[in-house]
Design a protein around this ligand. Sequence first.
Ligand code: SF4
Length: 463
Amino acid sequence: MNTINNNSIKNKKRILLINPDYELHTRNFYEPIELGIIASITPTDEWDIKIVDLRIDSINDFKADLVAITARVLNINSTYKILENFRKNGAKTIIGGIHATLFPDEALNYADCVVIGEAESVWANILKDFNAQQLKPQYFGSTDLTYKLDRSHYKHYYKTASIQLSRGCPLACDFCCINKIHKQKHFFRNTDLVIEEIKTIKHKTLFFTDENIYGFTKENRNHVINLFKEIIKQRLNKNWIGMVSINAGMDDEFLYYAQKSGCKLLIIGFEADDKESLMILNKTQNAKLIDNYSAIINRIHKHKIAVCGVFIFGLENDTKKSIENRRKYLLNSKLDSYLITLLTPLPGSKLYERNLKNHNLKFTNFPTDWDKYNFYTEHFKDYKIDNIEQIYQKINQDINKPRFLISKIFKTLINTQSISSTLYSNFYLVNHRSEVNNVPFLRLLNKTFENKHRRFYIKQLRK
Ligand code: SF4
């Protein structure tokens, strides 16, 4: 654990950009991209800039001139506490991110200023107003993807470099809050900018932070394929992981260039294994392709790419039978790894609005109850079955049993014919699992995987 010391640099104002801690399924420490972007567009001749990543750092001194935090629902209450502490000590405080965008009035109780939308487009104005002691309570930002990320602001070794190709998603899943922010639009970054950024990255592994790098239209997929072609042409020699909607798995050309450009693992929201559930979730793409689930996994494997399937339990229509079917599907499918959650009515999603209106949410004492919106708590008053949380925990245990994990390693190796995709699918998202650390064989593979990437990073630094 590192400690941030606020030693002042003469004549410069101090700004802390804070990434609050949270734990979901993985703590693999990828770079906090939003804060890197803000740091990159803050003038260094005027400001002493520190990114404080509370997954690694701690704050032992609450002195700063300006503090900016980006938060989500699952860490909003810890964020509010941090902001209050800084305010007590005289700092001006700014909050941004999805939650503050959706609930600016609530956020203003804890911060001096709320950024509604995306901060890059209004950041220069915010700093100007701060300097003039005229910071406004609200700023409205829009999408601006012209930034150039300066990685020198990241003071830690992160296992993975985060990079954005796009923002937003054209689809409209019922449980997702992305659309509330981006209105179903998909914004792409300029290819040259992305290529230039990749060239500056010392890491072997890139995580594309996009909600959906594939999208829906021909134009979107052509844009991404052209980017992959450029990565190949310029021999950038990286491995990457990204999230795509399931339709990407039908596109051989996309998969071909993805693999050639370094793709090792695609994370895909399968969500459920039956049409009715998918339609309730408004996951129409998946519902249309449900009979092709196995063919899609096979096709991606043929391109030597592993697949992590995301599944949801505790759906509004879930019965004992449907949950058991989904559990069996997980255990028997050819997917290489899994992330499973309990259905969570994320604020901003249609699922949340509908259940709030119907008085069907168990937890509405906000902001205290935001802590419950953590993807493993049951939320609805009218589930069709009891003990949904216990059922979910049991399934989580089943897919994390050492025997199951070890068998997956061999199966992925056979299916993808790729050692690196096998290692990524089995260790990239799971390095915190106690099962991995408790089983010598898994621990050894995990350590080998991590050390290999650390050595690559050090070698690049020395160049
Ligand atoms: S495909 Fe993913 S990002 Fe897009 S709306 Fe659905 S859940 Fe959200």
